[in-house]
Design a protein around this ligand. Structure first.
Ligand code: NAP
Length: 272
């Protein structure tokens, strides 16, 4: 019998998750399909009830439900527990388990680009939900120093409190970092602004962006012009989804991230 996985969110119409997951299911030849389900704010717990009733095999969770799902599942993985945020739900026996794969997906995208986080000094610009998952995962992957810079300093302090290796940063930390991450929404879509002065960036650094639309943001172009290696945001999107598939289908599942990335790129191109 075909198994169903789904993304829940509000709004969910523009989610790339269906495109990415269906491409991977098709490539692997598994009997799974994937739907996008609009779930109104406040109905996350009802969506989990529906998952139980309908036997849905797995859920991806987007805004605004990540916190509410974390409160409603039976058990949390360590990252989801630290973040109080869930982007993935799976079954373990008759229990629902909540996971957070965004940060690990980011670290996997760096690894794919040949960048080892173990022992690295990282500057993260931004302190929202995506930044928090990245900070948590960087610490789990062995980063020795994570500085957090944000427009609203109180949120930088809160994000830095996630792990002992993180501290609220100052602007000069950007020049001292091995890896610099834009985890703000600055540069998304037609916004051509930059998260900080790009003259702080230099040769020998790795500069990453979580924004993936456009794929080559002004931030990444400016970093490349100054000799830094760049890592785009689509890798994180693809790898967090690949981790979801391994959670749902099992560790030995065949998950083709190249197929997933190509499907996401085609969808982004067709959307303009
Ligand atoms: P969020 O929770 O709303 O946080 C937004 C962050 O951006 C906050 O730190 C905010 O600062 C900062 N910000 C927004 N506008 C700014 C401005 N004009 N100047 C300076 N800082 C500004 O959003 P999120 O969920 O963390 O997402 C952040 C970005 O990551 C988005 O572009 C999202 O699309 C992307 N993302 C990518 C992936 C992926 O897989 N590649 C996954 C998740 C998210 P304040 O705290 O001061 O408001």
């Amino acid at each position: 019998m075909t198994r169903l996985a789904a993304v829940i969110g509000s709004p969910v119409a523009h989610s790339l998750s269906p495109v990415i997951h269906r491409a991977a299911f098709d490539a692997a030849g598994v009997d799974w399909t994937y739907a996008a389900l609009e779930v109104a704010p406040g109905n996350a717990s009802a969506a989990l009830d529906a998952m139980r009733t309908l036997g849905i095999g797995g859920l991806s969770v987007t805004m605004p439900h990540k916190d509410a799902v974390a409160a409603a599942v039976d058990r949390l993985d360590p990252a989801a527990r630290a973040l109080h945020s869930v982007n993935t739900v799976s079954w373990e026996g008759d229990q629902l388990v909540g996971w957070s794969t965004d940060g690990a997906g980011f670290v996997a995208s760096l690894a794919e680009a040949g960048v080892d986080v173990d022992g690295a000094k990282v500057a993260v610009i931004g302190a929202g939900g995506a930044a928090r998952s990245v900070i948590d995962a960087l610490a789990r992957a062995g980063a020795v120093d994570v500085t957090v810079l944000n427009r609203t300093p109180e949120k930088a302090e809160s994000a830095a409190a996630l792990t002992p290796v993180a501290t609220p940063g100052i602007i000069s930390d950007i020049g001292r970092a091995d890896i610099v991450v834009n985890a703000t929404s600055v540069g998304m879509g037609t916004d051509g602004s930059l998260p900080c002065d790009p003259d702080l960036l230099h040769d020998g650094q790795v500069v990453a962006d979580l924004v993936y639309h456009p794929l080559e943001t002004r931030w990444l172009s400016a970093a490349a012009e100054r000799g830094a290696r760049t890592v785009d945001g689509l890798g994180m999107l693809v790898h967090q989804a690949a981790l979801q598939q391994r959670i749902w289908l099992g560790d030995d599942a065949v998950v083709d991230t190249a197929v997933m990335r190509a499907a996401a790129l085609a969808a982004l191109t067709s959307r303009g």
